[in-house]
Write a protein that binds this ligand. Structure first.
Ligand code: NAP
Length: 310
């Protein structure tokens, strides 16, 4: 019997439990899934929702902590967590992020707001948007989500540049890395998308200097993490016209407090961290696959690199 501990609140248990049970039913061994298993008898930890575990030391026989989200910044530095940590890749996150990013890129590319807000009887047909092929887009972060979004945008015709820590080669994209690549990535970006993880190295990636390297009037779209952007520098650049709009899904403090200036700023769109959520039915398959691998002695998928922080 393999004991699988689910950590999470009542809502996430209700959402995930039937899908996990269904996915585990196809495994070639018996599984006991519960939110209440003595720590020293747990084989795998499925880490969902607001997880209460802060001390992993008592889980002496556990083989893996499987996060149900993509981000791991709140757990990766936990010194009691010495067993492998896997994060969610797939599980609907990629498709959801493609849809959210593409929608917001097209909103700005097509100038949709002018028509949605301007239903006043005036026939404004004097502005033809450029074709996608004349609208360079840059994605900071070329991981699972950055690559998926970049390829979707490239298929629509946008010239897409992607920036990552290590040099990548992705069909249809111009891939750059390192400090020189950062300059290149920013200098052409009429629309900039942030899909980096939050780590000490990515804190304030988009600061005053970086914003100054963007073409005047660029749009920033941030479904990554709030800490990637220097908020004051962003607001100043919007007020000065260096940036024309920021669409923000993630924030340093969430929920974003009602008094935060982002809510009322005319050039900011706030969405409440809904760019892409893990889908329980698809995520359950990913979890089951990793547990099957663990029991078969195969390497786990989607492991987090603790030293890099993501
Ligand atoms: P991932 O596969 O780990 O990709 C991260 C990318 O960032 C990689 O290309 C990595 O470079 C690059 N990177 C990391 N540190 C860097 C640095 N210092 N300089 C340059 N590039 C760096 O992550 P993912 O699955 O694509 O997810 C990305 C982030 O999206 C998550 O961490 C999370 O914060 C966010 N997210 C948000 C939502 C939402 O609803 N808003 C949903 C899901 C995820 P290498 O390729 O060289 O490693």
């Amino acid at each position: 019997m393999i004991n699988i501990l689910f950590t999470g609140n009542d809502a996430s248990w209700d959402e995930y439990e039937p899908h996990l049970q269904a996915a585990f039913a196809s495994l070639p061994f018996d599984v006991h899934l519960s939110r209440d298993i003595p720590a020293d008898q747990v084989d795998y930890i499925v880490f969902g929702g607001e997880a209460p575990i802060t001390d992993f030391a008592p889980f002496t026989r556990a083989k893996l902590v499987q996060r149900l989200w993509a981000g791991v910044e709140d757990i990766v530095g936990n010194e009691t967590l010495t067993i492998p940590l896997a994060r969610m890749v797939g599980g609907g996150l990629d498709q959801g992020m493609i849809e959210w990013v593409t929608g917001h890129v097209l909103r700005h590319h097509l100038g949709m707001d002018d028509h949605i807000n301007g239903q006043d009887g005036v026939w404004r047909n004097d502005v033809t948007p450029p074709l996608a092929q004349h609208r360079p887009v840059t994605i900071l972060g070329l991981g699972a989500l950055g690559q998926a979004c970049g390829q979707a945008l490239a298929q629509l015709g946008f010239p897409v540049t992607g920036w990552s820590r290590s040099q990548k080669s992705v069909e249809g994209l111009t891939c750059v890395s390192g400090p020189d690549g950062f300059e290149t990535a920013l200098s052409s970006a009429q629309i900039l998308i942030l899909l980096l993880p939050k780590t000490p190295a990515t804190e304030n990636t988009l600061d005053e200097n970086a914003i100054a390297k963007l073409p005047k009037g660029a749009v920033v779209i941030n479904p990554g993490r709030g800490g990637l952007i220097d908020d004051q520098a962003l607001l100043a650049a919007l007020d000065q016209g260096q940036l024309s709009h920021a669409t923000l899904d993630t924030f340093r403090v969430e929920p974003l407090p009602p008094e935060d200036p982002f809510w009322a700023h005319p050039k900011v769109t706030v969405t409440p961290h809904i760019a892409s959520a893990t889908r329980a039915d698809l995520a359950a398959e990913v979890v089951a696959e990793n547990i099957a691998r663990g029991e078969a002695g195969k390497p786990f998928q989607h492991l987090v690199d603790r030293s890099a922080g993501y």
